[in-house]
Design a protein around this ligand. Structure first.
Ligand code: IPE
Ligand code: IPE
Ligand code: MG
Length: 251
């Protein structure tokens, strides 16, 4: 039995039902509900974000120990700049703090890669991103993509622009672009499409997350707010995923 289950008997029992040969290869998580979690406790929104960051550490360690090869965590969307300056600044400070705490975020062999448009992030954050990516490069554990200033549409547009450049440079014929070529130009070229997308907090939408990679994803929704999301919930999501009948258009 995996060491991660020894602490929690009920999770251990549930996890015995997981088919280790049929784990999702890429799990996307929309870490939502931090603000509502804080509000329900009479705390400021940033306290919810802080608690949510702890949940990410816990769940990414758990997913890595389970043997999931790729996980993408939605931390800040291209639309989240619409929030108050106070909240955005606090989120950026929190991000900096967590990127600096390298072993906490990327313990147990996790590889960190940041995806999104980094041009709008501060030099300080960009420096920490470079450092944590360098620090975890060459490991052979789970790849955790942190989606920061990420949007699925901007990701596709950036990929299209790179392909246009290849056409301009005469490397690619107009009209010859394939799905494989576009898959190679998005932010997650090494990862397979997302098998499973988890969204807590009761919202039933993608909010511009992994649009290209989610063509045949299985979705798992829950009313739990992200700071309360547990390893048990994650295990349940995996078990439910394994009971889905994925047909990909076939029979
Ligand atoms: C998700 O929690 C974190 C970010 C979007 C940065 P929210 O801040 O969206 O929490 P709710 O949806 O207001 O509860
Ligand atoms: C999605 O949550 C973005 C992240 C979790 C980072 P939002 O709270 O921003 O999404 P909407 O506004 O409810 O769609
Ligand atoms: Mg939200």
């Amino acid at each position: 039995m995996l060491k991660i289950f020894q602490k929690n008997r009920s999770v251990k029992k549930m996890a015995q039902e997981i088919d280790m040969s049929n784990l999702p290869k890429h799990v996307g998580i929309i870490m939502d509900g931090n603000g509502r979690w804080a509000k329900s406790k009479g705390l400021p929104r940033i306290a919810g974000h802080r608690a949510g960051a702890q949940t990410l550490k816990k769940i990414s360690q758990f997913a890595g120990d389970l043997g999931i090869p790729y996980m993408t965590a939605y931390a800040f969307s291209t639309e989240n700049w619409k929030r108050s300056k106070e909240e955005v600044d606090a989120l950026m400070d929190l991000l900096l703090e967590y990127l600096r705490d390298k072993d906490e975020l990327a313990g147990n062999n996790v590889v960190i890669r940041v995806i999104g448009d980094r041009s709008r992030l501060s030099d300080e954050i960009n420096k920490e991103i470079d450092e944590i990516e360098e620090y975890t490069r060459g490991r052979d554990g789970m790849v955790l993509y942190l989606a920061i200033n990420y949007g699925g549409r901007p990701e596709i547009v950036a990929a299209v622009n790179r392909l246009c450049k290849k056409v301009q440079d005469g490397i690619l014929e107009p009209g010859a672009v394939t799905e494989e070529m576009l898959s190679a130009e998005i932010y997650t070229p090494e990862a397979p499409d997302a098998d499973l997308i988890i969204r807590p907090s009761g919202e039933l939408r993608l909010s511009n997350f992994l649009l290209w990679q989610s063509a045949y994803s299985e979705f798992w929704f829950s009313d739990i707010n992200w700071p309360d999301f547990s390893t048990k919930d994650f295990t349940q999501a995996i078990l439910d995923y394994q009971n889905r009948n994925r047909r990909f258009g076939g029979r």
